[in-house]
Design a protein around this ligand. Structure first.
Ligand SMILES: Cc1cc2nc3c(=O)[nH]c(=O)nc-3n(C[C@H](O)[C@H](O)[C@H](O)COP(=O)(O)OP(=O)(O)OC[C@H]3O[C@@H](n4cnc5c(N)ncnc54)[C@H](O)[C@@H]3O)c2cc1C
Length: 475
């Protein structure tokens, strides 16, 4: 029996896709920049079915690519152009919220649950699942775990790694590891869930997770301000941290070029402050208590910032609708950039204090390569995470004789600046297929060797997500 027939027998005929039209959405990435061929797309509906698929692909010696919502920004979730076509194992049918334990501040969910549905289920129980990002309507919990996703809530709540209590994983040999602990404390040796968080599907298929929940904030105050410079924005960050403590839940900066793209390309978005201001920051404080107090604290810091010349202007959201409208602008940047042209987005992290120096030096490095090239910028400033985006119009990009080489040179120049400042070339998006060469150049050899050893231990035949995360052995 062929592998496809075996999979059909295991999952049912409707759960194995082979027609090109059905495969299309699974073999090209969200930005339309990476694509490959798949043997088929398998759609299991239970952990037992995932284990059966893993055993079948292993026996056939066929690679397996776990896939969530396919929103990876580094080509992580689509087949590589090289090597035999993998079976794409898409988790979207595994979307059950298994349980919510409000008293324990935890919930158990299947990996295919869409992030927004998890947030919603937590909120219905009066709890918060704090991971939030622009793709939350499509990305899945399994994908966010596999990429250790960050987003806009990291400043207060940490990244995905900080919000996972336990995992259920199908290992490359087909065994199921039930590590769905619900504990805050469990010092019984190595904490194995961390082998799979951020491993981008190279070590196993995450089939379910126990997530850490938080009290649901019921009071919010949001402002949009125009700092005089990134250095002034940093000073404002410090003042908010000092005055609002743990209530500070977001501090997101964009520049005016990025704001203009959102206004030009995403219908219905309004600028909270005019794009004539060079820098823009969305700041949010939230709590479980009185909104009036929160708002006063926010306004006080803004007034002080204005007196000291740190901000040129600011507007405080007067209603929930205005707050949502501000967040919509922030969450529309990726969509706008996809429509506006070709952005060479980096995912740089530097120490928070080094962000202004990073922006200056990275801009200079890019302009040494392409004088005058427009650069736009989106930063989770409170985390020191800057998406630094040298930007080409579609026409200018098409006219380049050596597009791939030029793109790689420009991004590498930015990554070198981050590295020299003690930073990272991948803060939150992961490595996927597009950053494996940078991994080889920037990651210490000992770390890569250790990662390779662990991978070999779990997946000696290298069938799980080959060609990604780890650099090629002979680059
Ligand atoms: C508009 C937009 C905004 C974004 N904003 C952010 C942001 O602010 N912060 C951020 O961190 N990311 C952001 N991203 C990137 C992306 O959404 C995240 O990386 C997300 O976590 C990917 O989830 P997914 O379900 O789409 O995973 P996929 O893209 O399907 O897969 C990503 C990787 O995880 C693996 N994988 C998926 N599911 C599983 C599983 N169940 N078990 C094992 N491996 C698995 C895949 O093999 C692949 O390597 C954004 C993307 C878009 C399109």
């Amino acid at each position: 029996m062929s592998l496809i027939d075996t999979l059909r027998a295991l999952l049912g005929p409707g759960a194995v896709l082979t027609e090109p039209a059905d495969l299309a959405a699974h073999v090209e990435d969200w930005r339309g920049r990476s694509r490959g061929a798949a043997a088929c797309v398998a759609l299991p509906s239970s952990t037992a079915q995932v284990a059966a698929v893993v055993q079948a692909t292993r026996s056939a010696g066929v690679p397996l690519l776990p896939q969530g919502g396919n929103t990876s920004l580094c080509g992580g979730a689509v087949p590589h152009a090289e090597g035999p076509p993998p079976v794409v194992l898409n988790l979207s049918r595994m979307r059950r919220i298994r349980s919510v334990d409000a008293a324990n501040h935890s919930m158990e969910v299947e990996a295919g649950c869409v992030l927004a549905a998890v947030q919603q289920a937590a909120a219905e129980a009066g709890r918060l699942y704090p991971i939030s990002l622009g793709a939350e309507g499509s990305c899945q919990i399994g994908g966010t775990i596999a990429t250790n996703a960050g987003g806009t809530g990291v400043l207060r709540y940490g990244n995905t790694r900080d919000n996972v209590l336990g995992l259920e994983v199908v290992l490359p040999d087909g065994r199921v590891w039930d590590g769905l602990y619900r504990l805050r404390k469990n010092n019984t040796g190595l904490d194995l869930k961390h082998l799979f968080i951020g491993a981008e599907g190279t070590m196993g298929v995450v089939t379910a997770a126990t997530l850490k929940l938080h009290p649901l904030p019921t009071a919010h105050a949001v402002a949009w301000m125009a700092p005089a410079s990134p250095a002034a924005a940093l000073q404002m960050l410090g003042r908010f941290q000092q005055n609002c403590g743990a209530q500070l839940s977001a501090f997101e900066m964009i520049d005016n070029g990025q704001l203009q793209f959102v206004l030009d390309h995403v219908p219905g978005r309004r600028a909270p402050l005019p794009p004539t201001h060079r820098w823009h920051v969305l700041v949010e404080v939230s709590d479980t208590r009185d909104e009036a107090n929160l708002r006063r604290a926010l306004e006080q810091v803004l007034a002080e910032g204005s007196e000291r010349g740190l901000i040129d202007d600011a507007v405080v959201a007067a209603s929930g609708a205005q707050r949502d409208a501000m967040w919509l602008v922030r969450h529309s940047v990726s969509e706008a950039n996809k429509k506006a042209g070709v952005g060479l987005t980096t995912d740089s992290a530097v120490p928070v204090s080094a962000v202004p120096e990073f922006i200056d030096k990275a801009s200079a490095a890019v302009h040494r390569l392409v004088p005058g090239l427009p650069i736009i910028l989106v930063a989770h400033l409170g985390d020191g995470n800057v998406h630094f985006i040298p930007f080409f119009s579609f026409e200018r990009w098409q006219a380049l004789p050596d597009r791939d080489a030029m793109g790689a040179r420009i991004k590498h120049a930015v990554n070198e600046v981050a590295h020299a400042l003690g930073g990272s070339f991948s803060a939150e998006h992961g490595i996927g297929q597009t950053l494996t060469q940078e991994m080889a150049l920037f990651k210490p050899a000992v770390e890569i060797e250790l990662m390779r050893s662990l991978k070999h231990l779990l997946d000696p035949a290298d069938l799980f997500n080959p060609h990604r995360l780890l650099p090629p052995v002979h680059p």
